[in-house]
Design a binder for this molecule. Structure first.
Ligand code: PMP
Length: 437
């Protein structure tokens, strides 16, 4: 809408009026309504009775149960899971929900400190710190690490929280071609030779930022080659493991374990608790000196309320299960189940003739739709078949690379996956999406 037309609002930028953004609100999909259950292998959605896309629902009590391929519940801990429920209940009785203060003031509890020690031990780093939000971890830690006179070299497809942190930092930002160590080397060589701007002044420091698994591509970082380049040029490496920690590696230690890289070769390990751990929040693991420094300068630590203590307890519980410290092999079983599910699902989709992005072993499986106009139709057709899927388009992807991004979980059984594959095959036939058939 423009001018006096109904719905016009000066506060919205012109960009938000662009049709691809408005499109998302119009999609009658599974997510455009409040979910009424845990984000497990299945989710419960209310029946949508209104065509008004301004989130007005008539909740009649009628619900629709869907197979869920959209949540980041990689290891299946997000559903009703006995040990975590007991841990959260106990911590809630001890602390309540909010510690009503930042970690730097009255909000620091014993469970926060214990989680930090556990994260460091899990990752094989000497020290770690935790944050209440993964997004705020990147967006406030990166500006604490570098500023004017420093250079950040960032993968072109890095997550928006990294982009935000880089922009706020004031450092010079350069990008390198997605997951391409040769291009990283070319950018580094050029940057070191010419400095900024057009002088030979060296950078205060150079930080390379990459992700373990790219969440829209399902690709695994070429970490060993990137580490070799960063060592050659004496740069620092910051690795975001939001999607890879817990999900990759024989024991869930992420992309370092998966690629045989020592955690010592990555200067700053970052990750989140929102995916494999079924919780909320983020972490940074590094040297004790750096962690101590961040605790004294990082605004996300100093000025934000601490993570809810029951969450800190919950994440310790799932992390210990992954580490086998609960005395069972449940963690190992989940890691293997996730990998089997992801590889089977990916292989079957390729055999059907779909164009699938990403790597084996990655639980993120993007199926290419290409055309923006296919986004809503794919979502609607999947929902008709009781399948909840995430669809993505511009600006999260290039405009002609719209896709449906599936996330596999250890909570899915082989029967669930076969059911999902049948439904997707059917949608693919209806929409003509089997480009390689
Ligand atoms: N980094 C990456 C790579 C992510 O994909 C995300 C969100 N999915 C975040 C950081 C932010 O984490 P959170 O959602 O836990 O705040």
């Amino acid at each position: 809408p423009v001018g006096n037309e109904p719905g016009y609002c000066e506060l919205l930028s012109d960009f938000d009026n662009f049709y691809t953004r408005r499109l998302y609100h119009r999609i009658q999909d599974c997510w455009n309504r409040p979910v009424c259950s845990a984000p497990g292998a299945y989710i419960t959605l209310p029946e949508r009775l209104s065509d008004d896309y301004n989130l007005s629902f008539k909740l009649t009590g009628k619900t629709h149960r869907c197979l869920n391929l959209g949540s980041y519940n990689y290891l299946g801990f997000a559903e009703n899971h006995g040990p975590t429920i007991a841990a959260v209940t106990d911590a809630t009785l001890t602390y309540g929900i909010s510690s009503c203060g930042s970690r730097a003031t009255a909000g620091n509890t014993r469970d926060h400190v214990e989680l930090e020690n556990l994260v460091a031990r899990f990752l094989g780093k000497p020290a770690a710190m935790i944050f209440g939000m993964g997004f705020a971890t990147n967006s406030t830690v990166i500006p604490a690490l570098c500023g004017k006179g420093s250079l950040v070299i960032s993968d072109t497809l890095n997550h928006s929280s990294i982009v935000q942190g880089c922009r706020v930092s004031g450092a010079k930002i350069k990008t390198f071609r997605h997951n391409d160590p040769d291009d990283l080397e070319a950018v580094l060589r050029h940057a070191i030779a010419y400095g900024q701007p057009r002088t030979h002044r060296p950078w205060k420091k150079i930080i390379v930022i990459v992700e373990g698994i790219y969440s829209m591509e399902g690709e695994i970082c070429r970490l060993a080659e990137i580490v070799a380049v960063k060592k050659k040029y004496k740069a620092y490496l910051y690795l975001d493991e939001a999607h890879s920690i817990g999900a990759l590696g024989a024991t869930g230690r992420g992309v370092c374990e998966h690629t045989g890289v020592s955690p010592d070769d990555v200067d700053i390990l970052m990750g989140t608790f929102t995916k494999s751990f079924g919780g909320v929040g983020g972490y940074i693991a590094s040297t004790p000196e750096l962690i101590q420094y961040l605790k004294s300068v990082c605004i996300g630590h100093l000025y934000a309320n601490a993570m809810a203590p029951p969450v800190a307890r919950m994440v310790q519980t799932t992390m210990k299960i992954i580490m086998g410290e609960d005395g069972t092999n449940d963690g190992q079983r989940r890691i293997h189940q996730l990998r089997d599910n992801a590889n089977y699902f990916r292989r079957r989709l390729v055999e059907m003739g779909f164009v699938i992005y990403g790597d084996n072993d990655s639980p993120v499986v993007p199926l290419m739709l290409y055309y923006p106009c296919a986004i809503a139709a794919f979502s609607r057709e999947a929902l008709k078949r009781s399948l909840a899927v995430v669809v993505v388009g511009y600006p999260a992807t290039p405009i002609i690379e719209s896709r449906s991004r599936f996330c596999l979980s250890a909570a899915h059984t082989r029967e669930d996956i076969d059911k999902a594959l049948d439904a997707i095959s059917d949608v693919g036939d209806v929409m003509g999406l089997k480009f390689n058939a």
